[in-house]
Ligand binder design. Structure first.
Ligand code: GLY
Length: 370
């Protein structure tokens, strides 16, 4: 399906990358108003700065132009200030923001910063709870600290598994697998839908409650919770080779495919009673497009491979044809509907995952390499 479409979308997004890199001087792009194209930046990267670096590393590997590499190196250096931040979202920051440079270009400096981030992240591990907690500086809407968990953090296992491959340290692998497995219990419901968050007793790991930071209710299915779950367990299977993690990943992906609207772009929460008069979330949809491509590469069943590959293609096509402007802006991302923050915006992580998926669809990147 549509090699021309993927390449055209890629060049639009790459032009947007150049515009952002030339226009943003301070901090990291976080979200932008699609009308003006102007970014709200985070001074030190918040939980999202790594996605911007990731777009630069993908560009440096794909376009092989010196300027992309220079930008990627500059922004990656800025992450050194975050090595000791007490937040589990160092998983996002250092996987996409640094380790990707090692994976794609064998870049020594990026690898070094990625490994420092992974080491810092591993130091948060609570062996009694068998999980990495959110941490006191986690960039979340409300509850953070030693007794809080989010499905958004399962991706952190990928950073540790990559670091294990690079260093041979078996402790990193063990933490990663325990953390990803514990979040099946914390967040995956019986029917395959995902609940964003859980509180647990730090001394014993006992679950105290399941809840949401950004969904409409604790019982609803916030689109990004579903998307982060699919991605996190898929990446765990990809980097560990432990294919038992494909079961939760596929259960969550199958739930998404059974519930996503006919036009393939999710509403911000699957249970918002205002549907269809409410916001979409293209960022959740982009995370799923990238994850489905990985699942298609990993799953053992030939029939499922086909299903996930086709679903990835139609999902990416829906985003490109419906929400990606000629200016390379992915519109209609919904950051936090509960507080009305950036609810029809260009979100840097949504752009990252669509950009990654397009590289896979245009066959310039093996989806299971990152
Ligand atoms: N906490 C990550 C997100 O808002 O998706």
């Amino acid at each position: 399906m549509g090699e021309g479409l993927w390449n055209d979308a890629l060049s639009r997004m790459r032009a947007r990358v150049v515009k952002i890199a030339e226009g943003v001087r301070e901090g990291f792009p976080h979200f932008a108003d699609p009308e003006t194209g102007r970014w709200t930046c985070s001074p030190t990267g918040d939980w999202t700065g790594g996605f911007w670096n990731g777009m630069l590393w993908l560009s440096a590997a794909g376009a092989r132009e010196r300027r992309y590499l220079q930008w990627a190196e500059q922004w990656t250096e800025r992450l050194r200030a975050r090595i000791d931040s007490d937040t589990v979202f160092r998983g996002f920051l250092f996987y996409y923001g640094a380790a990707l440079g090692g994976m794609l270009l064998n870049h020594r400096g990026a690898r070094e910063i990625g490994l420092l981030g992974a080491k810092g992240l591993a130091s948060m591990y609570n062996p009694r709870a068998e999980a990495l907690p959110l941490g006191s500086e986690a960039e979340e809407a409300s509850d953070v600290g030693k007794g809080e968990a989010n499905v958004d953090t399962v991706q952190a296992s990928a950073l540790l598994l990559w670091a294990h491959r690079e260093t041979g340290d078996p402790g990193l692998r063990e933490i990663a697998l325990k953390h990803a497995a514990r979040h099946i219990e914390f967040c995956l419901r019986e029917d395959g839908s995902v609940c964003q968050s859980a509180s647990f007793e730090p001394a014993t790991g006992t679950i105290l409650r399941r809840y949401t930071h950004k969904g409409i209710t604790d019982q609803s299915t916030w689109a990004r919770a579903q998307a982060w779950g699919i991605l996190g367990w898929t990446l765990t299977a990809q980097w560990s080779g432990d294919l038992r993690f494909l079961e939760p990943a596929e259960r969550a992906a199958d739930w998404w495919l059974a519930h996503v609207p006919d036009d393939w772009v999710a509403f911000w929460d699957f249970d918002d009673p205002a549907i269809p008069e409410t916001n979409r979330d293209t960022s959740a949809t982009a995370i799923v497009a990238a994850s489905l491509l990985k699942l298609a590469a990993l799953t053992r069943s030939e029939a499922r491979r086909l299903v996930y590959r086709q679903a990835a293609e139609v999902t990416a096509r829906a985003l490109v044809e419906g929400s990606l402007g000629a200016d390379g802006i992915l519109r209609d991302g919904c950051y936090n509907k509960r507080i009305g923050l950036a609810i029809r915006h260009e979100l840097v992580w949504g752009s990252y995952y669509l950009y990654e998926a397009l590289h896979g669809l245009a066959a310039t990147l093996d989806p299971a390499r990152v």
